[in-house]
Write a protein that binds this ligand. Structure first.
Ligand code: F0G
Length: 460
C-alpha cells in the first residue's frame, strides 16, 4: 500500500496553493462561525470538501474544450458524448443536464406517479433524497447493517439488504413503490461499493414485483474497479466489461458527471431502451435544463465529458486513484484512528463517534474534528453526521445520525501522496490530544440545510 505504483500521468500545469499561518487560520475559522463552507478557498491549503467538480482535466480534455461545438441544436460535441455514453454505459438514449441534481429534477417526477410513493435505495445522497421528497416521494435506505459498523471489514458495504428490500415491498405493497435506485458507489455509507451479485439480486426482486431499477451513477467507474478487485469471477474482466454488465441490470440512470466524468460541471440522464420514457424526458428537459442536444451544458463541456468518460475507465488511472485513498486510510489506521473500513472509492470517512466519544451528537463531534484539522494544517474536510442531518420536523429536536463522519474527500488527479501525508500527520497530531477537543453550539441556525450556512461557537 505504501509502495504503490506511481501516478500514470505527469503534471503539465500547476495551481499554486498557500498555507496561511496558524494564527490566521484560527482567526478565519472563528470569523466564519466555525463553518468550513463559509471559508474562502484561498484560505484553504488542501481542500478535501468534495470530489465533485474538483478534478483535474487531462490535456486531451482541455484540447476538447477548444474544439467544443457551440451550436444550439445538433452540436457535434453532443454526438461525441452520445458515442461515449453508448460505448461505455451501453444505453441507447441520453440527455445532458447541468449536474446530477438537474437530472434528478427532470427524471424523478416522471417516475414518482403518486404522492407518498417509496423510492427504494441502498442509501440515497442528500440532494437525491431532497428531489424524491420534493416530488412527493419517500426515500427509503435499505443498505446492509454492516455499513453502520465502521471497523467491520466487508468488501461491499454499499450492498442492499435483499431481505429488507423484499420485506419492505411486501409490507408496504408494490403499488406504493415507485422504483429502485442503486447508488454506485454508495457515497453516504463511505463511498462503499455494491457487488455485481447484489445488483443482480436487486434486479431479480424488482423483476419479481414489476419494479423498475435505476442507477445513481455518479461514481460508477470506482464501483466497477472494486468489483474487479474484490468479487470472485471478475478478476479477469476489463473495467469496461464490468461497467456494461452492471448497467445491463438497470433501465436508466442519473449521473453527476462532476465525479467520474472528471469534469468541473455536468450531468446526464441515460435510458437503456425505453423510448417512451426517453420521449418524456426529452420534452421535460427543454423547459428545465435546455434543448436536448445541450441540456444545460456548453458544447465544450460536453466535449470534455465525452473524453472524461473514456479516461475514467482506464484501469491504471483507477488503481492510482483508489490507491491514493487506500494510502491515506492506511496511514490513519496504522496510527489507530477509527475510519470506515475498508476505505471507499472517493474519500476516507473518519469515525468521529469513536474519535471524540466525549462529545455528544448534538454538539457535533465530527464538526469538532473538522474545525481542528483546518486549524492544524489548513485542510478542509466536511462533516457528515448530526450537524448535516438537522432537526426532527415534528418535535424540533436534533436528530441523531447513526454515524458521525468527517469525510476527507479526494479530488481526482489533483493532490499528490505528499499532500496525503500532510493530512495524515495533522490528524495523527489531533488524535493524540483528542480528549481536549470541544463540541459546538449554534449562534445562528437556518431552518433548511443548516450545515451550509449555520454559525457555531465552541461549547465552554
Ligand atoms: N448522487 C450522488 C451519489 C452524489 O454524491 C451527488 C453529489 C449527487 C447525486 C448530486 O450531484 O452535485 O452534480 O448535483 N455529491 C457531491 C458530494 C455534492 O460532495 O458528495 P450534483
Amino acid at each position: 500500500m505504501y509502495n504503490r505504483k506511481a501516478e500514470p500521468y505527469k503534471i503539465k500545469m500547476v495551481e499554486p496553493i498557500k498555507l496561511i499561518s496558524r494564527e490566521e487560520r484560527e482567526r478565519k475559522i472563528a470569523e466564519v462561525g466555525y463553518n468550513q463552507f463559509a471559508l474562502r478557498s484561498e484560505d484553504v491549503f488542501i481542500d478535501l470538501l468534495t470530489d465533485s467538480g474538483t478534478g483535474a482535466m487531462s490535456d486531451w480534455q482541455w484540447a476538447g474544450i477548444m474544439q467544443g461545438d457551440e451550436a444550439y441544436a445538433g452540436s457535434r460535441s453532443f454526438y461525441n458524448l452520445e458515442k461515449s455514453v453508448q460505448d461505455i454505459i451501453g444505453y441507447t438514449y441520453f440527455v445532458p443536464t447541468h449536474q446530477g441534481r438537474g437530472a434528478e429534477n427532470v427524471l424523478f417526477p416522471l417516475l414518482i406517479k403518486q404522492k407518498g410513493h417509496y423510492v427504494l435505495g441502498n442509501m440515497h445522497f442528500d440532494t437525491t433524497k431532497a428531489h424524491i421528497e420534493l416530488k412527493g416521494g419517500r426515500a427509503i435506505n435499505l443498505v446492509i447493517e454492516e455499513a453502520y459498523e465502521t471497523e467491520k471489514e466487508h468488501p461491499f458495504k454499499g450492498n442492499f439488504d435483499l431481505e429488507k428490500l423484499e420485506a419492505f415491498i411486501k409490507e408496504k405493497g408494490v403499488e406504493n413503490c415507485s422504483f429502485v435506485l442503486i447508488t454506485v458507489t454508495c457515497n453516504s455509507a463511505g463511498g462503499q461499493p455494491v457487488s455485481m451479485e447484489n445488483i443482480k439480486g436487486v434486479k431479480k426482486i424488482a423483476d419479481q414485483y414489476g419494479l423498475r431499477v435505476f442507477f445513481d451513477a455518479a461514481r460508477f467507474a470506482e464501483n466497477a474497479y472494486f468489483i474487479k478487485q474484490r468479487e470472485a469471477g471478475y478478476e479477469n474482466k476489463t473495467i469496461p466489461e464490468i461497467i456494461l454488465e452492471m448497467f445491463s441490470y438497470g433501465e436508466g440512470l442519473t449521473m453527476s458527471a462532476k465525479k467520474d466524468g472528471i469534469v468541473n460541471m455536468g450531468g446526464m440522464i441515460a435510458i437503456k431502451e425505453d423510448e417512451e420514457l426517453y420521449t418524456q424526458v426529452r420534452s421535460m428537459v427543454v423547459p428545465i435544463e435546455g434543448f436536448p442536444t445541450y441540456g444545460g451544458l456548453a458544447g465544450r463541456d460536453m466535449e470534455a465529458l465525452a473524453r472524461g468518460l473514456r479516461e475514467v475507465v482506464e484501469e491504471d488511472y483507477l488503481e492510482s486513484r483508489i490507491g491514493q485513498i487506500e494510502y491515506l486510510g492506511q496511514r490513519l489506521t496504522d496510527a489507530g484512528i477509527p475510519i470506515q473500513r475498508p476505505v471507499g472509492g472517493h474519500a476516507v470517512f473518519v469515525d468521529c463517534k469513536k474519535f471524540c466519544p466525549h462529545i455528544p451528537y448534538h454538539q457535533f463531534p465530527a464538526q469538532a474534528v473538522c474545525v481542528e484539522l483546518y486549524k492544524e494544517a489548513g485542510v478542509r474536510g466536511v462533516e457528515i453526521g448530526s450537524f448535516l442531518l438537522g432537526r426532527d420536523p415534528e418535535t424540533g429536536e436534533h436528530l441523531e445520525s447513526p454515524m458521525e463522519f468527517l469525510r476527507l474527500t479526494i479530488p481526482r488527479r489533483v493532490y499528490t501522496d505528499r499532500h496525503m501525508d500532510v493530512v495524515a500527520d495533522a490528524l495523527i497530531e489531533i488524535w493524540k490530544r483528542r480528549e481536549t477537543l470541544k463540541g459546538f453550539d449554534f449562534t445562528y441556525e437556518p431552518e433548511v440545510l443548516r450545515h451550509f450556512t449555520a454559525k457555531l461557537k465552541p461549547v465552554e
